[in-house]
Design a protein around this ligand. Sequence first.
Ligand SMILES: Cc1cc2nc3c(=O)[nH]c(=O)nc-3n(C[C@H](O)[C@H](O)[C@H](O)COP(=O)(O)OP(=O)(O)OC[C@H]3O[C@@H](n4cnc5c(N)ncnc54)[C@H](O)[C@@H]3O)c2cc1C
Length: 456
Amino acid sequence: MALSPMSACMTKTLHIVGGGMAGSEAAWQAAHMGVNVVIHEMRPKVETFAHRTGNLGEMVCSNSFRSDDDEQNAVGLLHWEMRAANGLIMATADKHRLPAGGALAVDRDPFAESVTQALMDHPNVSVEYGEISELPSDGHWIFATGPLTSTALGAAIQAETGAERLAFFDAIAPIVYSESINMDVAWLQSRYDKGETEEEQKAYLNCPMTKDQYEAFIDALLAADKSEFKEGETAGYFDGCLPIEVMAERGRETLRFGPMKPVGLTNAHKPDDKPYAVVQLRRDNALGTLLNIVGFQTKMKYGAQTEVFKMIPGLEDASFARLGGIHRNTFINSPTLLDDRMRLKSRPNIRFAGQVTGVEGYVESAAMGLLAGRLAAAEILGKPLDTAPLNTAMGALVHHITGGAEAKTFQPMNVNFGLFQPVEGLKGGRRGRKDRYKAYTDRAKVDWQAWLAAQS
Ligand SMILES: Cc1cc2nc3c(=O)[nH]c(=O)nc-3n(C[C@H](O)[C@H](O)[C@H](O)COP(=O)(O)OP(=O)(O)OC[C@H]3O[C@@H](n4cnc5c(N)ncnc54)[C@H](O)[C@@H]3O)c2cc1C
């Protein structure tokens, strides 16, 4: 059947919903590949509690893109990859850079104004201001509506995915690099040794506490500095994901009957010692390099978290891939909903990108926009593209959200080296870290350049 002029135009145009970090970068990439792009941005007509302007690419809080070290830091590597891919967000950040040591901080208003101007000036880009409240059944679409996706669109997404696959708050438990845990203290065991296979019977890593250690831990939790919810955020705790400090405030024994209960576990190092409380960690990625502290979502400030969590026996020298938090944050269960090219499995004409996919932060969101923009444009141009290589920062992150992460406990993720496949033959532990990170970043740069070169 011949396409009508209207539907032909719909199939060639890429519609991007949301002109934040992800949507702006997606639009820039697709437009440079020769595809016509329409950005649908609801601001300033419909506002959010965090944005202040109608600009595209507005930074809602801090003005930092974090570390710019592309040899020893995973987010710095992501900067490098985006710069190599002609990224708008990185080029504009470089233009409006402020002194900030090793971090990339920017002058936020000129930054967002420049992002807006660059997109407005691009002959392949147009911007339509207004809210999109449905998931369209045809045309090519990227939804990059961020942590504050409008209510009506949230309802439409839930209608498509099922209510339980779209969250409105995150409840992030701290994530620890498994190599930094003291296994002379901790041991592997599932409660009551449950599970058919040995792997299941040893699915948890347990850190035991004596009564004195438990009491000191509760005192520290109660005394720690905490963040408040920002204005406009409602404290939407569900009883299933209360912050641990709130549980401790409800009674000193509450945690011992909750996430720290010591039952069904035998200390492998001291079988005759009955622990008074046990902290459990569980695998957070298929590689097993990252473990989350089960049930330890928290509103403690970051500095306080590291101090308090290092009181847990076995975690004295822990390195954290990310610390805990609870925020207003709309995100889908990407591991079950998206394919490896970021398409909604139930409606492949729709991609998701940015923070709504369950990545966290300006840089990660822009990165997912860059990738979704290229993947969508390549598809429209009839030259489908493989997703980013696994050993790049971009690839490690997209692989995590679209399959590597545990779907049942999926929570937003920053880019970090725990997501990377190990480089064989290098020393583990703290001592080998510098060489290991350099090997990850060297390998990533080669693979990223090859991926880009294959498209030119
Ligand atoms: C209060 C708060 C503070 C934060 N602080 C930080 C921080 O300090 N550092 C950091 O790295 N990250 C922070 N974040 C996370 C930050 O929002 C993301 O890192 C980043 O902005 C996400 O980029 P994005 O493009 O996915 O979403 P956004 O940048 O939020 O862009 C999404 C866009 O979609 C638009 N939109 C939403 N729904 C619709 C609709 N139905 N139709 C049309 N347009 C729509 C929105 O108006 C918005 O412009 C914070 C988030 C919040 C909520």
